[in-house]
Design a protein around this ligand. Structure first.
Ligand SMILES: *Cc1c(COP(=O)(O)O)cnc(C)c1O
Length: 391
């Protein structure tokens, strides 16, 4: 049985008529950049997220970059980021000649550890970028308290977390000063290419973002500030307008798949419970945990499982074994920032961030997309069980 890590075709099939009509409508309009499709899509995201401002941006990476430009990050400024994330989180900081100050993450959520954040604050710290990794909120209460106390801005990297709710029901990306989202096709809400979004509740930042998106021109060709081309295509916006109403049902299916995986791993005796952080005889597989789930109700999007990440000791051998059985997996992420060649200049060394290194060596992403069948999920767990019993 083939189980790809991700298959986008069933989702396309389910909306094919509407999407194809949309593609043709945009083609016939010959209106390609920003314009009415983008305006409409932005309004829908304001409503969905409960955010005052939402602006379509060329990609998730550009959303992070324009956010840092909007809060006026300058060369030499320090920006606190997790060492365990997708490259863009730290890359955008360096591109502005600011300094990414790396912090380890918490072993239950894989998200930035607020205690470690506080230790890294200096007089040069200008911002924190909490990343809602794999589809679960960071500890935002603690992060916001630290930020406000020290007069530091918070840019949420919600690229993997569109539609995720924090414990109080607020959507991530609307809690800090600016929220950044990605519509890369493998995210829970993907467009037909690159796309992104920034959100804010601050009118001053909303206006700055709007101007920076078009090279800083306001009015056109008159530049008080230097921006860039951070515009979203009309085509991507139109596709997102079709897909957004389905996002919650897709996330719910991912949650159901996660629940099924969890039950199967526990039944097979590979794990005792979710959210364990140490390997032992009862926990050969460490399972993810939605930490806020049991506090209010289980229906909300506390975890949308953009990725379902388990940890196993013989990760690389397991990955090879699964590949032989035609089960797709991926390693998110094999190298934390402090071990990346391009960040050697930051002066960190191996051993500085023990959890990030353990995660990089033991994490493996299993197929979790909404349309997977129970047979496929069972096959994945059976195959992992087979490997662990024999190794
Ligand atoms: C995908 C992703 C990004 C970048 O988004 P793109 O649209 O691919 O540029 C940034 N941060 C995180 C955590 C991501 O997963």
């Amino acid at each position: 049985m083939k189980v790809p890590l991700l298959d986008l075709k069933p989702q396309y099939k389910s909306l094919k008529k509407e999407l194809d009509e949309t593609l043709i409508r945009v083609a016939e309009s010959q209106y390609f950049i920003l314009g009415p499709e983008v305006d409409k899509m932005e309004k829908s995201f304001c409503n969905y997220l409960g955010s005052k401002y939402a602006l379509g941006i060329s990609s998730g990476t550009d959303a992070l970059l324009i956010a840092l430009m909007a809060i006026d990050i300058k060369p030499g400024d320090e920006v606190i980021v997790p060492t365990f994330s997708f490259f863009a989180t730290a890359g955008v900081v360096s591109r502005l000649n600011a300094i990414p100050v790396l912090v380890d993450s918490d072993p239950v959520t894989f998200n930035i550890d607020p205690v470690e954040v506080e230790k890294k604050i200096t007089s040069r710290t200008k911002a924190i970028i909490p990343v809602h990794l794999f589809g679960q909120s960071c500890y935002m209460d603690q992060i916001m308290v630290i930020a406000r106390k020290n007069n530091i801005k918070v840019i949420e990297d919600a690229a993997q977390a569109i539609g995720v709710q924090y414990k109080d029901g607020r959507y991530v990306g609307t809690i800090g000063d600016i929220g950044c989202f990605s519509f890369f096709p493998s995210k829970n809400l993907g467009c037909f290419g690159d796309g992104g979004l920034v959100t804010t509740n601050d009118p001053h930042l909303g206006e700055r973002l709007r101007i920076l998106r078009v090279h800083g021109g306001e009015p056109k060709y008159y530049h008080k500030v230097i921006g860039g081309n951070f515009r979203l295509d009309a085509l991507q916006a139109a596709i997102l307008s079709v897909k957004l109403p389905h996002l919650d049902s897709w996330s719910e299916k991912r949650r159901k798949n996660a629940e099924t995986y969890t039950k199967l791993f526990i039944t097979k005796g590979l794990a005792a419970e979710e959210g364990k952080t140490k390997f032992d005889n009862k926990n050969k597989v460490l399972l993810p945990k939605a930490v806020y789930k049991d506090k209010v109700d289980s229906v909300r999007n506390y975890h949308i499982y953009n990725q379902f990440i388990i940890r196993v000791e013989k990760r690389d051998e397991l990955r090879k074994y699964l590949a032989e059985k035609e089960i797709g997996t991926e390693i998110y992420y094999p190298v934390p920032f402090h071990m990346q060649e391009c960040f050697a200049y930051l002066g960190n060394k191996p051993g500085d961030f023990p959890f990030a290194e353990q995660a990089a060596n033991t994490s493996i992403a299993l197929p979790i997309y909404p349309e997977l069948s129970i047979e496929q999920l069972t096959f994945v767990v059976d195959t992992i069980t087979e490997f662990i019993k024999n190794n």
